[in-house]
Design a protein around this ligand. Structure first.
Ligand code: TMP
Ligand code: ASP
Length: 265
């Protein structure tokens, strides 16, 4: 064991419920709760590209905690309960709706490619898209017709999801604008939260620079996972910048668990 590593001991005896590309879900301490663990793995293009970027999980845990807590504070329901440690948070167990809800304000990524619109073009209005969460199929884009026909969500649930997506977009756009960042687009996931016989849709998963496009207002520098997708380097530095601007990390704090610092001579 590397004694220089932070003293983080994973609880090996707890039950692993699910392992995804960047996160693991463990059984929580009480019924109806789960522990969401952020890994350092980065993947892109449906896992064709993979790397481990030391410190990414710690930063995403903190940034996602901050965003979900702020959403809870303004009455946007989320699965988030509290952060447990540098890599883990306690969440409510929800039934994940198998959709990636993408909200776009500025053309970029797959929209720019698909419709031949230059990256950076302001969209006439915010656009919501749905992708079917299925790794084997590469998360294909689907319409409301597909969603209701195949029973992934009801028309009422789609309405609720879209209303949530717009609230999250408005809130996040303002939050990031306040710290000099343009929210180009983001992806969110929703889940059904059961409370006795009542069910409501809540925001689930994570919201972090892994799942958003964040551009510096002045320079248009990318502060998100496109740095990895496009081999630009500097991912941890960019995520740290986002965390600092949001006031999550103080000026000199390094994300713990970020590994050794490369001292330039
Ligand atoms: P896209 O332009 O590749 O469709 O991505 C739109 C937004 O969704 C962007 O902010 C990145 C995010 N995203 C994910 O979080 N996970 C994914 O699997 C994909 C494809 C995109
Ligand atoms: N689709 C995700 C992304 O590019 C990750 C992956 O496909 O492996 O953000």
């Amino acid at each position: 064991m590397d004694i220089n590593k932070p003293r983080y001991t994973p609880m090996s005896r707890r039950r692993r419920i699910y392992e995804g590309k960047a996160k693991i879900l463990y059984e929580g301490p009480e019924p109806g709760t789960l522990i969401q663990h952020f890994k350092d793995d980065a993947t892109a293009f449906n896992s064709k590209k993979h790397d481990v970027i030391e410190g990414k999980g710690v930063l995403n845990n903190r940034i996602s905690e901050y965003i979900f807590q702020r959403l809870n504070d303004i009455g946007v329901p989320t699965h988030f309960m509290r952060r447990l440690n540098m890599r883990e948070q306690l969440i409510r167990e929800v039934e994940i709706i198998p959709l990636e809800v993408v909200v776009r304000n500025v053309a970029a990524g797959s929209l720019a490619t698909r419709l031949g619109i230059e990256e950076g073009t302001q969209l006439p209005r915010s656009i919501i898209e749905f992708n079917y969460k299925n790794d084997q199929l590469g998360h294909p884009m689907v319409s409301e017709e597909h969603i209701t026909a195949f029973g992934w969500a009801t028309p009422q649930e789609i309405d609720d999801i879209m209303a949530l997506a717009i609230r999250v977009n408005d809130f996040l756009s303002g939050l990031f604008l306040g710290v000099g960042i343009r929210l180009v687009d983001f992806k969110m996931e929703c889940g059904r939260l059961w409370e006795n016989d009542l069910m409501r849709i809540v925001v689930a998963d994570e919201i972090s620079p892994d799942s958003c496009r964040l551009w510096d207002i002045k320079s248009n520098d990318k502060l998100d996972k496109d740095r990895f997708r496009r081999d630009m380097g500097g991912l941890v530095e960019a995520y740290t910048d986002v965390a600092r601007r949001l006031g999550i990390l103080s000026e000199n704090e390094r994300p713990q668990g970020a590994g050794p610092v490369l001292v330039k001579s």
